[in-house]
Design a protein around this ligand. Structure first.
Ligand SMILES: [Mg+2]
Length: 163
C-alpha cells in the first residue's frame, strides 16, 4: 500500500499553519484509524502487507513529521521527493522494490497521488480532506476508485480490499 503523508495520515490543514516551522510540528497527531491499519502486516490470506510512504516536501521537515507521528517503524520504505510530479516515479520504484499484486494508493490530491496511481493501474482511495478537498477531476485519471472524507473509511475499504 502506498500512502501520502500530509492531509492523508494526519491533518496538515488543521494542525499546521501555512508558514509552520520545525517547532510547530510537536502537536501533530495521526488520524484515527491510521495506527490500526499500519499495524497490519498480513492479509487474511497470509500475504505480507507492504506499507510505503511517499511524501513531497523538504526532507528534514517531512522526516521530523514522521518521527513525531510515531509511524516510521511501520514503513518498509519512505520516499521524500521535492515535487508532486516526482511521486509517480516513487510509486514505480516502490513497485520494483516490492512486487505486489494488490497495490492501493491513498492520498488527498486528485492531480497527484490519485492521477499517478491510476496511470500506473493501481487502486486509488481519495481522502477528501483539507486544502485540496474542493478539487475537481480534470480527466478520467483523476476520478478515484473510492472517495472518503475520513481516514477510517479508507481503512475499512483497505481491510475489505486486501482480504
Ligand atoms: Mg497530501
Amino acid at each position: 500500500m502506498l500512502y501520502d503523508l500530509d492531509d492523508t495520515l494526519y491533518s496538515r490543514s488543521e494542525q499546521l499553519s501555512d508558514n509552520y516551522t520545525l517547532s510547530d510540528l510537536k502537536a501533530i497527531r495521526v488520524f484515527p484509524g491510521v495506527l490500526d491499519l499500519l499495524q497490519r502486516t498480513a492479509t487474511a490470506k497470509g500475504e505480507k502487507i507492504i506499507h510505503v510512504l511517499v511524501t513531497k516536501g523538504e526532507n528534514a521537515l517531512q522526516q521530523q513529521k514522521i518521527e513525531i507521528l510515531g509511524i516510521r517503524h511501520f514503513f518498509h520504505k519512505v520516499f521524500v521527493c521535492p515535487r508532486d510530479e516526482d511521486k509517480k516515479s516513487c510509486f514505480e520504484q516502490a513497485r520494483v522494490q516490492f512486487p505486489m499484486d494488490n497495490v492501493w494508493v491513498v492520498g488527498n490530491r486528485l492531480d497527484s497521488e490519485i492521477r499517478y496511481g491510476k496511470e500506473l493501474g493501481l487502486k486509488t482511495i481519495y481522502l477528501c480532506h483539507g486544502k485540496y478537498s474542493k478539487s475537481i477531476p480534470r480527466d478520467a485519471y483523476e476520478v478515484p476508485d473510492y472517495e472518503v472524507d475520513r481516514f477510517e473509511h479508507a481503512a475499512q475499504i483497505l481491510h475489505r480490499g486486501t482480504i
